[in-house]
Design a protein around this ligand. Structure first.
Ligand code: TZP
Ligand code: MG
Length: 209
């Protein structure tokens, strides 16, 4: 994948969006997000057909905008609807198995140590996400706050491998994540809960350049 696609990587599920998720995504796209991940988790999250229908609508919006549509965790759904890729954590299926199933699609893996990072590379990941960089209330079962030092070490060792930071990143802190060497920032709240998601995304886009 092109590292630039990670620059402003917006992640959301319906519980993260005060407006409809479709409208939020459209506004974020207007602001210039470069990739989108459908992460339908938490209280009130859609399941089954409703989840699939929503995924299909979001996929169409991404396709029209020419940005990758990634599904979090749900490999079966990703394959069924022909998503551009999946993102998995350490608790999900092994990355090597997912790599085989997803074929030419994008496989993203969450990593928290240099060992997990190197394992993900060996397993055929296309990019990794690492964090939480800062404190976040969006995900309760996170590892301890990591800051930007691991990103720095990862990019020193593998300068070309696509790495994105995640967790508590705001308009104010995105620059520091890039400064550490990340190819982009993965963001939920700072876009999904913004009064103006387009403006937030546009600000981030500018920061990343
Ligand atoms: N993984 C680690 S932190 C996190 C995920 C999914 C949540 C990121 O959300 P926010 O609102 O950008 O802190
Ligand atoms: Mg997961």
């Amino acid at each position: 994948m092109d590292n630039k696609q990670l620059a402003v990587y917006f992640i959301a599920g319906t519980p993260n969006c005060p407006k409809s998720i479709e409208q939020t995504l459209e506004e974020a796209i207007k602001g210039g997000i470069t990739m989108f991940q459908f992460r339908e988790k938490g209280k009130g999250a859609l399941v089954g057909e409703a989840k699939k229908e929503t995924a299909l609508r979001l996929q169409l919006i991404c396709r029209e905008a020419g940005i990758p549509f990634i599904v979090n965790d749900d490999i079966e759904l990703a394959i069924e609807i022909g998503a551009d890729g999946v993102h998995i954590g350490q608790e999900d299926k092994a990355a090597s198995i997912v790599r085989d199933k997803i074929k030419g699609g994008i496989v993203g893996v969450s990593v928290h140590t240099m060992e997990e990072f190197e394992e993900a590379i060996k397993d055929g990941a296309d990019y990794v996400g690492t964090g939480p960089i800062y404190a976040t209330v969006t995900k309760s079962d996170t590892r301890p706050v990591a800051g930007t030092s691991l990103i720095r070490r990862m990019k020193e060792r593998y300068p070309e491998f696509p790495v994105v930071g995640i967790g508590g990143i705001t308009l104010e802190t995105a620059g520091a994540v890039m400064e550490a060497g990340a190819d982009g920032v993965s963001i939920i709240t700072a876009i999904s809960m913004a009064d103006d998601p387009a403006e937030a995304a546009a600000y981030l886009k500018k920061e990343m350049q």
